[in-house]
Design a protein around this ligand. Sequence first.
Ligand code: CMP
Length: 141
Amino acid sequence: METLQRTLAIVKPDAVAKGAAGDIIATIEQNGFRIIGLKMLHLKKAQAAAFYAVHVGKPFFDSLSAFMTSGPVVVLALEKANAIADWRKLMGATNPANAEAGTIRKKHAESIERNAVHGSDAEDTARFELSFFFSGYELAK
Ligand code: CMP
C-alpha cells in the first residue's frame, strides 16, 4: 500500500478573479486528490510576506506580495500518494511559457508571477505551509 502524503495548494488571486477556481478545484478532484481542507481568504501583506519568507530579498518579492494580497485566494489541503510531486506536475512549470499541455498553468496562468496556482515543493515546506493555513482539527479525517 502506498503511503498517503499531504500538500498545500493555493488558487491565486488571478485565477479566482477570472472565475477559474471551480475549474481548478474540479481538476484537482479528477486527478485523484482528496480535498481535506478548503478555505477562501484575502491575505494581508504581513501574512503574504510570512508565507513567502523564503523569497525575501529576491527581486520579485515586493511584487509577489502585492499580487498575493490583491484579491481573495482559495487554499486547499490535498491528500494522495505522492501528493507533493503529483500536484506540482499537474500545476505545470512556474513560468507558463514552459508549462506542458494539460497542466493548470498552461490553461490558466498569465505570467511567471500571475501563475494561477501554488504548491508546496518538498515535505518540510508542505508541513510548514499546511500548518500556516490549517489547524489539525480543520482537516478532514
Ligand atoms: P510560486 O510557486 O507560488 O512560488 C513563488 C512565486 O513567486 C511564484 O509561484 C510566482 O508567482 C512568483 N514569481 C514571480 N517572479 C518569479 C520568478 N522570476 N521566479 C520564480 N517565481 C516568481
